[in-house]
Design a protein around this ligand. Structure first.
Ligand code: G4P
Length: 526
């Protein structure tokens, strides 16, 4: 086996999807703890403190440092190298959150046992479905009274359309939560313990072991009854079904107490897929190929005025990145100098010596890299599937000083290429409408327009509910649609036509009246 293939097959690159407060931050920290990347839980707390301050983060340059280092966390576990990509949540939820999901090979879905499947999780699952990303489920907060596990599985199946296969099953819940039964190993993991450290856990083998009845009585009896129901329902684990994103293995636990984490991590590193082949405009690129390729899925600006640089996050798709290497930017058609790339070992930023398929490297740049850019050793191929997502929030930009229109346009074009916002220019007037999926994106854009381009602007509410990219096989029909709806048509940064719907009803009516026009929720780069 070639060295590249061998390294690629060790990689497990994933992201956590969840609704705010389900426990993503806590679980991230515990995964790092069990992965040996941090010694004591509590280290990742910096992020929590920052959470409440996100909307005034512009002043807090240091926080940018924190969020850059936590964007990608790499640690070895068993014989694998795990790359955990952070998906911004809460107020920092943005299009980056969606795009990060295009750079992973699998996802871990965290569900709060009391709340079940929530709105944000449904949205993120829709994005995962675009690429049939395999999902492992972790039902969290079993140390509190939650909903019956069987009911939760039923909800995942119904709402998300994913077949559930429990791998572990909780023994008790709330105060009575004692541990989990591992269905494949036929073994109980019984917790006590220190929530800050990784401690030894007691195990008891065998579902029918008489010790269990003696110790846990009715709690154990409930588990037995539930396991019997599961066995009757026939929910066997099938690796291929999981990798085809049709089935999700489910683990139960309480991240806060380290309960169920090791079992989760073991299952994850064993089953989650290594990097797979990726579609490009010319061909499918295999990770085992000798030549380096990769694409940029996120750009983060450094808010420190002394270092007005940006870090572009690139996912390696094939070959190996070696320090000092010259990368060919397919969009610019030439080399882009990369003085030193960053890798992300837990909390530190280090200079990378080498990186393999599945790894993420951070490239310093000063505006020469855009979201969706593909890099190679010279081959003209563009990776597909790194789209823009239809925004849900809209603002009209008003200049305080009309003389600054040129700077405004330049700034918006740049910010758009970095994925900070989307820009729409209505065909019927001179408005500029910005679109975002997270409200903080507007704050960032407004701040950066002022700070980097010297443009003072006001963002006003605008009567737009959602946006769809439009096209049609028949140019005449498209023209007719555009003419009849000219007040709602705009062009995006790339010149593509967009329909700015005033409401869902309005969008549905447009679709009904013009059945030949295609309304897309995503738009490919390039
Ligand atoms: P998020 O990143 O998904 O938003 O969730 P986060 O980890 O920040 O967790 C949200 C809240 O849920 C936190 O409480 C956290 O302590 C709690 N939590 C996480 N995992 C568990 C668990 O297994 N059991 C229980 N009972 N709670 C859990 P908080 O009150 O918002 O913050 P804190 O003051 O406790 O840190």
């Amino acid at each position: 086996m070639s060295r590249i293939l061998e390294q690629a097959q060790r990689r497990r690159t994933f992201a956590i999807i969840s609704h705010p407060d389900a426990g993503k931050t806590t679980l991230t920290e515990k995964l790092l703890l069990f992965g040996g990347a941090i010694q004591l839980a509590g280290t990742v707390k910096g992020r929590k403190a920052s959470r409440h301050a996100t909307s005034d983060w512009m002043a807090l340059e240091q926080q940018r440092g924190i969020s850059i280092t936590t964007s990608v966390m790499q640690f070895p576990y068993n014989d694998k190298i795990v790359n955990l990509l952070d998906t911004p949540g809460h107020e920092d939820f943005s299009e980056d959150t969606y795009r990060t999901l295009t750079a992973v090979d699998s996802a871990l879905m965290v569900i709060d046992a009391a709340k079940g499947v929530e709105a944000r999780t449904i949205k993120l699952m829709e994005v995962c479905r675009l690429r049939d990303t395999p999902i492992i489920t972790f039902v969290n907060k079993l140390d509190r009274e939650g909903r019956p596990p069987l009911e939760l599985l039923d909800e995942v199946e119904k709402v998300l359309g994913l077949h559930c296969t429990p791998i572990t099953w909780p023994l008790g819940m709330g105060r009575d939560f004692k541990g989990v039964y591992h269905l494949l190993e036929d073994r109980f993991y019984l917790y006590s313990g220190d929530k800050h450290r990784v401690s030894e856990i007691e195990t008891i083998d065998g579902l029918m072991n008489p010790v269990l009845m003696e110790r846990y009585g009715s709690v154990y009896q409930t588990l037995r009854d539930e396991i019997e129901l599961l066995q009757m329902a026939g929910t066997e684990f099938d690796l291929e079904q999981y990798r085809a994103a049709k089935l999700t293995p489910v683990f139960f636990g309480a991240a806060i107490n380290n309960f169920g984490i090791r079992e989760l991590l073991n299952g994850f590193t064993e089953w989650a897929p290594p990097p797979q082949g990726r579609a490009s405009t010319v061909r499918e690129v295999e990770p085992s190929e000798e030549k380096f390729t990769g694409f940029v899925f996120k750009i983060q600006a450094n808010m420190d005025p002394k270092h007005r640089d940006r870090v572009a996050f690139l996912r390696v798709c094939s070959g190996a990145y070696k320090r000092g290497m010259t990368l060919h930017s397919v969009r610019l058609g030439g080399p882009v100098r990369v003085s030193h790339a960053l890798t992300f070992m837990a909390a530190d930023r280090d200079v990378v010596e080498e990186a393999y398929p599945g790894d993420i490297i951070g490239l310093h740049n000063y505006g020469t890299i855009a979201i969706g850019d593909s890099f190679s050793e010279g081959e003209e191929l563009r990776f597909t599937g790194i789209p823009n997502f239809a925004p849900e929030l809209f603002r009209r930009v008003v200049l305080k000083d009309p003389m600054k229109a040129k700077q405004l346009n330049k700034g918006l074009d740049q910010l758009c290429e970095e994925g900070a916002t989307q820009v729409y220019r209505p065909v019927a007037n001179n408005d500029i409408v910005l679109g975002a999926v997270g409200v903080l994106q507007f704050d960032v854009v407004q701040y950066r327009l002022k700070d980097e381009y010297g443009v003072d602007s006001v963002f006003e509410p605008v009567q737009v509910h959602t946006a769809r990219w439009i096209d049609c096989a028949d140019p005449k029909k498209l023209k007719e649609f555009v003419e009849k709806n000219d007040t709602r048509i705009a062009k995006d940064h790339y010149g593509d036509l967009v329909y700015l719907a005033s409401s869902n009803v309005n969008l549905n009516m447009a679709k009904e009246r013009f059945p030949d026009v295609r309304f897309s929720e995503t738009r490919e780069h390039g």
